[in-house]
Ligand binder design. Structure first.
Ligand SMILES: NC(=O)C1=CN([C@@H]2O[C@H](COP(=O)(O)OP(=O)(O)OC[C@H]3O[C@@H](n4cnc5c(N)ncnc54)[C@H](OP(=O)(O)O)[C@@H]3O)[C@@H](O)[C@H]2O)C=CC1
Ligand SMILES: CC(=O)[C@@H](O)[C@H](O)COP(=O)(O)O
Ligand SMILES: [Mn+2]
Length: 388
């Protein structure tokens, strides 16, 4: 007989959050949602908290606290607001925390969960990009467990022999190539927000969809993989696989290549993280290899997609540059989504802000926030000067 586990879903109103709710709902005997959080979508947060019979609901933007309290009045769900309440949510003794906040905004809460030794299903890759080494040191210190939710990292986690990481020759991190995989620079210069949001295979939140279109997502994932797995950076290769069926592969010294495959549906890696070390039954459509017909592969084009090159440079710096890459990218993606800059300006802005930064050795988490803040302000200034 299985024991019911309590779940904290950070970012419940988002794409990862909603997929997590779907998986939890498919296993009501095994999971109970204790805590849910969102940023500003207070109506949806309250609706989901009530429907899931949660104990604690947190809205990150304190301006919505009164709205949350009134939406939850008459229930016995506690309401919280602001950064401290997010941390309180992460510190509750839930059996598993799904880190589904987007951006570096998720860092403090994820760190709070790590410091209570939690099991964390980590989707929020930006936190590992910004503070991965410091976070992994805290993971070791506090005995926390990180199960990657990002599809590629879940794949690698599933096929990596953790007792023989010295026998790994390469990690092959697969990329769809995004909606503009075959487009010229001239055509990419004038793409619309809607075109950039239309990922060919995955249904995701806006920020990661734009990251996939610039291929910055793969750059962030390269850094994420280097933080999560003890495999040196030159041995992590990016491979374009437009079908998004092979979610990544690990090649060993004997030439064997182990791949994890599945339909492009985030409920599969989320279920893996929730169920780990067990596997949950998930009644989703299965891969139909005969109708897929063919898999194809290409080398990434870092000329048209410079974000991959920038991320590798940032990773190689060994210090603060990944924080700058991430912060400038978050600001530039928001500016593109707001119609302030063009699509190609996203990577150009990141490159410009990175070039102006002298890499520093990271001292502690507060240092991460200082660099993040400076980089965001520089990116804002740059975009304000160049905005169309
Ligand atoms: N979507 C996907 O399939 C995948 C996502 N990921 C990663 O997972 C993370 C979440 O992505 P996704 O679900 O697509 O994103 P969404 O934009 O769909 O959802 C983001 C969630 O985070 C909340 N949020 C946003 N800003 C803040 C903030 N400043 N403080 C607290 N909460 C905040 C949002 O609340 P509100 O609704 O109120 O704005 C929402 O609940 C990202 O790091 C992404 O890279 C990784 C692999 C796949
Ligand atoms: C579902 C997931 O994990 C995304 O990160 C996905 O990988 C995005 O697709 P790209 O390969 O186009 O970046
Ligand atoms: Mn991914």
């Amino acid at each position: 007989m299985s024991v019911t586990k309590s779940v904290c879903i950070m970012g419940v109103t988002g794409s990862i959050g909603k997929s997590t709710v779907d998986v939890v709902r498919a296993h009501p005997d095994r999971y109970r949602v204790d805590t849910v959080t969102a940023h500003r979508n207070v109506a949806e947060l309250a609706r989901m908290a009530i429907e899931l019979d949660a104990r604690f609901a947190v809205i990150a933007d304190p301006a919505f606290f009164d709205d949350l309290k009134s939406a939850l009045s008459g229930t016995d769900i506690d309401a919280g607001a602001g950064e401290n309440a997010l941390i309180e949510a992460a510190e509750r003794p839930c059996d598993i925390v799904i880190a589904g906040i987007v951006g570096a905004a998720g860092l403090r809460a994820t760190l709070a969960a790590i410091r209570r030794g939690a099991i964390i299903g980590l989707a929020n890759k930006e936190t590992l990009v910004c503070a991965g080494e410091l976070m992994m040191a805290e993971v070791r210190k506090f005995g926390a467990t990180i199960i990657p939710v990002d599809s590629e990292h879940s794949a690698i986690f599933q096929v990596l022999d953790r007792d023989a990481t010295d026998k790994v020759e390469r990690i092959l991190l697969t990329a769809s190539g995004g909606p503009f995989r075959t487009w010229s620079m001239a055509d990419m210069a004038s793409v619309s927000r809607e075109q950039a949001l239309a990922h060919p295979n995955w249904s995701m939140g806006a920020k990661i969809s734009i990251d996939s279109a610039t291929m910055m997502n793969k750059g962030l994932e390269l850094i994420e993989a280097a933080r999560l797995f003890p495999v040196p950076e030159p041995q992590i290769e990016i491979l374009v696989h437009p079908q998004s069926v092979i979610h990544s592969m690990v090649e060993y010294v004997d030439g064997s290549v182990l791949a994890q495959m599945g339909t492009p549906d985030m409920r599969t890696p989320i279920a893996y993280a929730l169920g780990w070390p067990d596997r949950l039954e998930l009644r989703l459509p299965r891969l139909d290899f005969a109708s897929i017909g063919q898999f194809s592969f290409e080398a990434p084009d870092t000329g048209r997609f410079p974000a991959i090159r920038l991320a590798r440079e940032a990773l190689r710096s060994g210090g603060s540059l990944p924080i700058v890459l991430n912060a400038a990218n978050e600001v530039a993606v928001a500016a593109f989504l707001a119609g302030r800059i063009g699509f190609l300006d996203i990577a150009k802005s990141v490159e410009h802000i990175m070039a102006a930064h002298a890499d520093e050795k990271l001292l502690d988490i507060d240092h991460v926030f200082v660099i993040d803040d400076i980089a965001r302000r520089s990116a804002e200034d740059l975009i304000s000067q160049t905005a169309r």
